[in-house]
Ligand binder design. Structure first.
Ligand code: ADP
Length: 331
């Protein structure tokens, strides 16, 4: 077997069932990178606490997300580690240590922080400000060199790189500077055709949705707003449905483009075709998901085993970090 190119880490908050944005922007890369890298994937439940008002769904959403990731092709049997962030508490130690080399101004200037303050003005907590530091701890605790994410995470990843440089400058070359890895769909738009697909905006399509539900959501998708009548020629380059056809309808996309421009195909028909192709693409996924869901204990065992293996790596790195920083060992 060829030597691996390094280590991959990525995490996402337990938001429950995953959508097309998560899949095309991140999960597809999680799966593909398993071939050439040692991969660690994490459901970052501590991060979820920064904005959640109630935590009743955390367990269910963690489970649903694990089901989606496993059914999509994350394979613990091939060595990939899948675990829940709070099950490996060393990350909170590293978070504290990294917070000491993080200027507060760096955090409060981040556009993502300002956006969260706008969204949750009554809940601007200390953890929210420190979110990127915890993310830096997540990644550096495993010395990952590659981080598959959507482009919305670019500023956070750059932030991690800056913290690593600062830490290593002070304490020696201990931590690894990671690189982001994007797919060819780094920002998927929602069914509104305008904003990033996101569960919180309710403009998403779940990858585990039934064919009927897929059809219902797809028929709500906004196409070329200037195309008001069936006889108007369309502009595929501004149409989100067309963009997604490129991925889900590779054999038909050239014809769709031609027919749309010539008003030979209407938006309704085009969306029906898209809904069908989307449902077909995810049919094997839905089958694998149903099989996994038949044995929930097995899913929790996979997560527990992942935490044990992640913890073994984390313990070594945190010991190295503490020594580099000069913290006295117990004896
Ligand atoms: P988190 O806030 O923890 O990153 P999200 O569910 O927002 O959780 O995102 C999980 C992963 O999916 C991230 O890597 C993110 O960049 C990616 N992602 C989310 N939405 C989209 C989208 N609309 N297009 C592309 N990638 C996305």
């Amino acid at each position: 077997m060829a030597a691996k190119k390094g280590r991959v880490f990525s995490g996402a908050r337990p938001t429950g069932r995953q959508h097309l944005g998560n899949y095309l922007g991140a999960i597809r890369n999680y799966v593909a990178l398993q071939e050439a890298y040692d991969c660690i994937y994490c459901i970052v439940d501590l991060h979820a606490l920064t904005t959640l008002k109630d935590t009743d769904h955390l367990r269910e959403w963690t489970y649903e997300m694990a089901l989606d990731w496993l059914a999509a092709g994350i394979e613990p049997d091939r060595g990939t580690i899948l675990f829940v962030q709070s099950h490996v508490p060393q990350v909170t130690e590293l978070h504290t240590i990294l917070s000491m080399v993080t200027p507060l101004g760096w955090l409060t200037r981040l556009p993502t922080f300002k956006e969260k303050v706008r969204q949750h003005p009554d809940n601007v907590n200390y953890g929210l400000v420190g979110y990127p530091v915890l993310m830096a701890a997540d990644i550096t605790l495993y010395k990952a060199n590659t981080v598959p994410v959507g482009v919305d995470q670019a500023s956070h990843l750059e932030f991690t790189r800056e913290i690593v440089r600062r830490f290593n400058h002070h304490f020696g070359e201990v931590l690894v500077e990671p690189q982001a890895q994007y797919t060819d769909f780094p920002k998927v738009l929602g069914i509104d055709g305008r904003r990033k697909m996101s569960k919180s905006l309710d403009n998403h399509i779940e990858i585990a949705a039934s064919p009927e539900e897929i059809e219902r959501r797809v028929m709500q998708m906004v196409t070329d707003p200037a195309r008001r009548y069936r006889s108007d020629p369309g502009r595929p380059e501004v149409c989100n449905v067309f963009t997604l056809h490129r991925f889900f309808s590779p054999d038909q996309v050239a014809q769709i483009e031609e027919d749309c421009r010539a008003a030979e195909i209407g938006c309704v028909e085009c969306k029906r075709l898209f809904a069908r192709n989307l449902a077909d693409y995810f049919a094997p996924f839905r089958q694998r998901r149903a099989a996994l869901a038949a044995d929930p204990d097995r899913v929790w065992e996979i997560l527990a085993d992942g935490a044990r293996r992640a913890s073994a790596i984390a313990s070594e790195v945190i010991a190295e970090v503490k020594e580099a920083v000069g913290l006295p060992s117990a004896r």
